[in-house]
Ligand binder design. Sequence first.
Ligand code: MG
Length: 213
Amino acid sequence: MRISGEPLPGAVILFDGKTKTMKDWHHRDGSPATWPVSDGVVTVGRGDILSNEVFRDAYIHLEFRVPNMPEAKGQAKGNSGVYVQGRYEIQVLDSYGYARPGKGDCGAIYDQFAPLVNACLPPGEWQTYDIIFRAARVNEAGKVIEPARLTVLQNGIVIHNNVIVKGPTGGALDHDVGAPGPLLLQDHGNPVQYRNIWLVHLPLEGSPYYDPR
Ligand code: MG
């Protein structure tokens, strides 16, 4: 398991801050992503953005920083979100210091699973998500035979251990869970920042290989 920020060999770079625009991303209406990029960092702007890259099973790494909004409360305090395949939101929020985070707090799979522990750093500090995603399996009739699963580490700490999601979370792009999907970053009206976003496509089957050496 690699939890430092360096992209793994073979990683698809979704945003490395070396470009002045979010050239590999677009808005929900298909227009080019307009979120501002500066000093290797992108700040949430108007409208959600989606990666052009789509994936099934994947290992995803990204870094985020929530603003310090001491007057704000609850869901208005540094809200954004990372939607895996555009369907399953891992919440981004300032939930620093809460003894028992809930299903709406940072790291939650929104309204389905609270993080196992509060792994949040204070607002203004860079944090990491490392996400191991197993996409839903769908049969030829389109019926879900295995829901999607998520393992998530926040700042290197396991906050979800292979949880079986109940389906797409609110605000999902679609419910076509057998289809590949993008990474989606949510505009919830707060200037959350992101950097160093990449993924590794994972094979859909385990390897059966036995080397008879
Ligand atoms: Mg959110």
